[in-house]
Design a protein around this ligand. Sequence first.
Ligand code: FES
Length: 116
Amino acid sequence: MFSKLFGAFGRKPVLIQGAGKLPEGQSKRVEIGDPLAGGVEIVLARTGGKLCAVDRLCPHEGGRITDGPLVNGKYVVCPLHNYKFDPTSGRAVGVACSDAKTYRVEEDGGDARVWL
Ligand code: FES
């Protein structure tokens, strides 16, 4: 248990240059590494002034959460069945579904650091 706990604290963030410039109500897809070789695809979203990161893998049936304008300025969406997710928490909105995976984000000037 302790190694798991310390491992979580010991992780190094990934710097995403220019991510801090994402406007309110918008989202942007970011590939970190090669997704076919263990990399991760995330969607950065800004809502309520806060920059958030959500994994692109939809917890419903494996679709991919898309980027672009947020629905109602708040939610990212998976176009496969149009499920909406709150990028601040990963919670599905108005449907019974597991949460989307979210990541810790800190803004640093015009850049952002994401803990995967
Ligand atoms: S697979 Fe994403 S909404 Fe169904």
